[in-house]
Ligand binder design. Structure first.
Ligand code: AMP
Ligand code: FE
Ligand code: FE
Ligand code: ZN
Length: 283
């Protein structure tokens, strides 16, 4: 049986792997295909596509966009994207600028809390256009100001903690449209982590294609619940590890087993979207 991992981050957002390392890890896990889903970035896609081709692994270009509904954050995954789509690139550049300003704000708050960290130290460590909280956490640990990433999030960076800064978020509907107009398939990421069940019917109405049922942080019961939701709303099923590279011990890549058949259906939907045959005229 062939398996895929459709949720991976690289060093082009808050993952640690270079494209070649991702491809090598995918090969080690004997995955048939992987998707790169960096936060607010598609920059790693061409390089990862090339690295995957070199080791005989199918590659899906993706991203993970941050959206919001009624003050609750939700993440929208885009798959099979045209990574040169100009509107997508314009919007992504905007999200990245917001992320960079937000780093400065978070650091200013940390400084007020007598944590001597500089924004430049975070930018140097992040070394990418889409810096985020995980980079701030890593910088705090690297500077010896926190003992662990968990401590950094618990003390400072989690929602409503003193150095947490909300970032600009588009609506879920806008995120779906951005993905679709770039030829992509739009999927709700890890719903079990964001408590967004009540929003799902509206996202479905707005054209959402699928739901990430399999995820590292979903229990078996949570996965079963979302498989049932997918069935009820006729949604595609996806899944992945949400691996951010080397963390504690072994990386997460390949640990969430997603059968290839789900990718097959996702690609069929992408083909429909590109030929403008979706949504069907009757709906
Ligand atoms: P941001 O997009 O900047 O708000 O950062 C969100 C990212 O921070 C998530 O995608 C995770 O990679 C990371 N993250 C959130 N909470 C934690 C945590 N408790 N421990 C480690 N990483 C976390
Ligand atoms: Fe992340
Ligand atoms: Fe996410
Ligand atoms: Zn993710």
């Amino acid at each position: 049986m062939a398996f895929v991992d459709l949720h991976l981050h690289s060093r082009f957002s808050d993952g640690t792997y270079e494209p070649e390392e991702l491809a090598a890890q995918a090969r080690r896990c004997e995955l048939a295909a992987i998707a790169l889903t960096d936060h607010d970035s598609v920059e790693g896609c061409p390089g990862t596509a090339q690295a995957c081709a070199a080791v005989g692994i199918e590659f899906i270009a993706g991203t993970e966009l941050t959206a919001e509904h009624d003050g609750n954050e939700l993440h929208i995954l885009g798959y099979c994207l045209e990574t040169q789509n100009s509107r997508l690139l314009t919007q992504i550049a905007r999200f990245q600028a917001v992320r960079q300003n937000r780093i400065r704000e978070m650091v200013a708050r940390l400084n007020q809390l007598k944590m001597p960290l500089s924004a430049d130290a975070v930018f140097a460590l992040a070394n990418c256009r889409a810096p985020g909280r995980l980079h701030v956490a890593r910088a705090l640990v690297a500077a010896g100001l926190c003992a662990s990433l968990d401590e950094a999030f618990e003390r400072f960076l989690k929602k409503n903690r003193p150095a947490w800064v909300p970032k600009f978020k588009m609506s879920g509907k806008e995120a779906l449209e951005l993905v679709h107009q770039a030829g992509g398939v739009a999927v709700l990421a890890h719903p079990g982590l964001n408590r967004v069940d009540e929003v799902i019917p509206r996202l479905v109405e707005a054209g959402m294609d699928g739901i990430e049922c399999f995820h590292t942080k979903h229990s078996t019961a949570t996965t079963e619940h979302y498989l049932e939701v997918a069935d009820r709303f006729h949604l595609l099923v996806t899944g992945g590890s949400d691996c951010h590279g080397l963390s504690k011990g072994k990386p997460l890549i390949g640990t969430v087993k997603v059968p290839y058949q789900h990718l097959e259906k996702l690609k069929a939907r992408a083909a429909e979207i590109r030929t403008a045959a979706w949504p069907p005229a009757s709906s």
